[in-house]
Design a protein around this ligand. Structure first.
Ligand code: LLP
Length: 454
């Protein structure tokens, strides 16, 4: 059953003189029992089967986002690759899923690389990112003969050169540049500006020097250029500006070095919806505008048309994931605040503490009960900043209630920690009424297994 937007809309209730309502949920799916469902599975059953906190993905939402991105390229009939930025959610099952959907993936560590290979991602569809790739990680990438290494800095070129000589082999590379564009997002997740730690700066001539070094190296096959302007970006404007800068760079490089890029990688950063007020452009709108700009600028520069690559992470998985918690204690300070505490917190979702990220909450056991109280949903960690949802409009909660925090599918599990020695949660994929555990819950034995004592 889908409840219409107005039922959860702040203005609807406020105009009728009810309590202030701030719920994000313009639609929640429920079953006959009146429980929230995810991928057709009863969330209460999920918690009784796997415990809480539990991260549950609606797999059909991931697949639908993938197909929106792909379809926009197919409709425009241009060569492309959609590469999943797996830092958003790295799990063997996730690599299996995206590989099956024909995507490539981006990895940023040896750990992500082994997980991607374990998930059956074809090595040739893997690209390796990072501002300080370790020699051992570069060696792993060369041994696996992955699709390309996105070269970030001069030290990396030196390491790579040494490894390639030692192994008497070659590898394909892409030059990462910082195009000097400030994305309209949180400063911690903005990466394209001149003072970014990532990539070769264009303005100072670093990027050109790097290209020359790479072109002069017979063991490195330069496929093209890459930029990533930031994350959680809602409008295509920044990407269009990036296309302009990148194509003009390619034009200069073509004139100076006769370099013809086979691919133009514009990174990821497409926004997701966390709360009602978030309004990211749909995937296909981003892609359409990017393609239109590439077509125009490449034609004007009279360059060979490159394959267009994008690297969405968050936009593929954020909205598909929800975290299910069990409500425990509460603290009410009349006239001041109401705290509702759950059995997880900053250990499974650091984003509110780190980026002031906003989320909403839904009472999974009675999602359509009257929402009559604004509460602060807090976790169980020993930090006052352990806040999951600042102003959640909820029905009166009781211990044992199941609380769902939607849109936790990106940078939740992958940024999870064992702070306070809390085990990390389990993760489950749900689709067509079926559930599949894809990451088991950590145990206390797991947590002690690295600890050697005196
Ligand atoms: N490509 C590159 C080179 C990146 O650095 C990133 C993200 C992506 C693609 C994917 O960006 P996305 O489509 O997911 O926005 N932990 C932060 C986000 C950090 C993003 C880092 N780089 C957060 O929770 O918001």
């Amino acid at each position: 059953m889908v409840f219409p937007a107005f039922l959860f809309n702040y203005n609807f209730f406020e105009k009728r003189g009810c309590l202030k309502l701030t719920s994000l949920s313009d639609e929640v799916t429920t079953n006959e029992a009146g429980h929230l469902t995810i991928g057709g599975v009863d969330t209460l059953k999920l918690v009784s089967k796997y415990g809480s906190p539990l991260i549950a993905y609606d797999v059909s939402k991931i697949k639908s986002q993938i197909s929106h991105f792909k379809q926009a390229f197919i409709d425009a009939d241009v060569p492309y690759r959609v590469t999943y930025a797996s830092k958003a959610f790295s799990a063997v099952a996730m690599y299996q899923l995206v590989a099956g959907e024909g995507l490539g993936c981006d990895v940023v560590s040896g750990g992500e690389l082994v997980a991607a290979l374990k998930g059956g991602m074809p090595a040739k569809r893997i690209e390796f990112h990072g501002n300080n790739k370790l020699p051992i990680e570069l060696e792993m990438a060369v041994d696996a003969q992955i699709g390309c290494i996105v070269v970030d800095n001069f030290q990396e070129i030196a390491y790579l050169d040494k490894i390639l000589k030692e192994k008497d082999t070659t590898i394909s590379v892409v030059v990462r540049v910082a195009p000097g564009i400030e994305a309209e997002t949180h400063k911690y997740i903005s990466t394209g500006q001149e003072n970014s730690k990532f990539g070769f700066d264009v303005h100072s001539g670093q990027a050109k020097k790097a290209l020359k070094e790479l072109l002069d190296n017979p063991r490195m096959n330069v496929l093209g250029v890459h930029c990533h302007i930031g994350s959680q970006i809602f409008a295509a404007r920044g990407f269009v500006m990036a296309v302009d800068k990148m194509v003009s760079l390619l034009q200069q490089w073509h004139e100076e070095f006769g370099f013809s890029a086979k691919l133009l990688n514009l990174g990821g950063g497409f926004g997701a919806r966390y709360v009602d007020s978030d309004a990211p452009s749909p995937a296909e709108d981003f892609v359409k505008q990017i393609i239109a700009e590439v077509k125009e600028k490449i034609a004007a520069a009279n360059l060979e048309f490159p394959e267009i690559w994008i690297e969405p992470g968050r936009s593929l998985v954020a909205e598909a994931g929800s975290t299910l918690y069990t409500v425990g204690s509460r603290k009410d300070v009349e006239g001041v605040c109401h705290f509702v505490a759950v059995d997880g917190g900053m250990g499974d979702n650091i984003r509110p503490a780190l980026y002031q990220a906003k989320y909403d909450a839904i009472l999974a056991n009675k999602p359509h009960a009257l929402k009559e109280q604004i509460v602060t949903v807090v976790g169980k960690y020993c930090e006052s900043g352990d806040i999951l949802v600042k102003d959640a409009l909820l029905p009166i909660t009781h211990p044992g209630d199941i609380l769902a925090v939607p849109s936790t599918g990106a940078y939740g599990y992958t940024m999870a920690s064992n702070y306070n020695r809390n085990p990390r949660p389990a993760v489950v994929f749900c689709e067509d009424g079926q559930d599949k555990l894809i990451i088991r819950r950590e145990t206390y034995d797991d947590l002690l297994s690295y600890d050697l004592g005196l």
